[in-house]
Design a protein around this ligand. Structure first.
Ligand code: KDG
Length: 341
């Protein structure tokens, strides 16, 4: 056969094959689900883990299986700070973590570090879900992150292995782990503790080996992370309301269609409502459960909490400067309005 004819036949066959395969490949691409790696730091059976699971189920249902969330807990994808960098670089799609660990990237998140900023969950929800919370979130895209919603970590309380904390002076000499955040570091130094910044993923081991004597976290985390196995005392201070924030890599977000972005946003809002309800229900039973696990719980007297609060006002000026006086003053004004004064 004439070589030219043979080549022509081959080209014709290849073209025909490509025309047949291309739609199949496109169709396969269409049904191949988007996999969203969603990292978080607590264990699967925690308020954080249960909410990520709920979010994942909502996304898969709403997208008809075209978007699948792979939830990865226990800091297996890294600490909050490491995951934040992975999202910015586009190596990971989503995470939930503490706003307190985000201040190195979005300085306005320091607003939520303010000791005793809010007095109850209702005030927290109103601030976080309202104009103030959205103004802070609006600072994220320029840093490569998209904030969807805030979840509740909760009001933070002290635990340690040495003694009940009944007043600030009892913190003297206690090596207290704090989140990697300057306000937390300064606050507990002001109260007299030997404050030690540390990633959450290292905390249980540090408590177990007595590298640190204590830490501070909401009841939910003290329970789910089994700190009762390595801590004797819980001292109730409610010294700050701590939010978590559900975030998406902006590089990933910008590649989604409007419909896909809506799926994530709707699921995030539903998971926020679920998480807050679940967290508050669990926290309401936590003291009894911690006592049953052998912990000694003391309520710090209001007068002593007031003394702590007075000492901690010294960090407020630095927060106001960091977040900007307009946002700081608007937040204060919003709280006055919420309190009906
Ligand atoms: O991924 C763990 C984080 O959510 C962390 O912020 C939990 O409050 C926490 C802490 O003390 O590190």
């Amino acid at each position: 056969m004439n070589p030219k004819n043979s080549l022509r036949r081959t080209l014709v066959a290849a073209t025909a094959a490509a025309a047949f395969i291309a739609p199949l490949a496109a169709q396969a691409q269409d049904i191949k689900p988007r996999i969203i790696r969603f990292g978080y730091g607590l264990v699967e059976n925690s308020n954080q883990g249960r909410a990520v699971k709920m979010f994942a189920e909502a996304v898969e249902k709403a997208s008809g299986g075209k978007m699948r969330v792979r939830a990865v807990g226990a800091a297996a994808l890294g600490s909050d700070v490491q995951m934040q960098q992975a999202l910015i670089g586009g190596a990971q799609e989503m995470m939930v973590g503490s706003t307190a660990t985000l201040v190195g990237i979005v300085k306005e998140m320091a607003l939520w570090d303010t000791p005793f900023l809010v007095g109850n969950a209702q005030e927290a929800d109103a601030l976080l879900d309202g104009a103030i919370g959205q103004r802070v979130m609006a600072k994220m895209p320029e840093k490569g992150l998209v904030g969807l919603v805030y979840w509740e970590n909760g009001f933070r309380n002290l635990t340690n292995s040495k003694r009940p904390v009944t007043r600030a002076e009892d913190l003297d000499g206690i090596k207290l782990r704090v989140m990697q955040n300057p306000v937390y570091l300064d606050s507990f130094k002001l109260l007299g503790a030997n404050a030690v910044p540390m990633a959450f993923s290292e905390l249980f081991g540090a408590l177990e080996t007595k590298t640190v004597d204590g830490q501070e976290n909401p009841f939910n985390t003290i329970l789910s992370s089994k700190f009762y196995e390595v801590q004797k005392y819980v001292s109730v201070t409610n010294h700050v309301y701590s939010p978590w924030i559900v975030m998406v890599s902006k590089k990933y977000w910008d590649g989604l269609s409007a419909a896909e972005q809506k799926v994530l946003m709707d699921a995030a809002r539903a998971s926020r409502d679920f998480e807050r309800k679940d967290t508050r229900a669990e926290a309401a039973k936590a003291v009894a459960e911690l006592k049953a696990k052998g912990m000694q719980v003391n309520e710090v007297a209001p007068a002593e909490v007031a003394r702590m609060r007075e000492k901690l006002t010294r960090v407020n000026a630095g927060i106001a400067t960091q977040v900007g006086m307009e946002l700081w003053n608007d937040t204060r004004a919003e709280l006055v309005k919420l309190r009906g004064k």
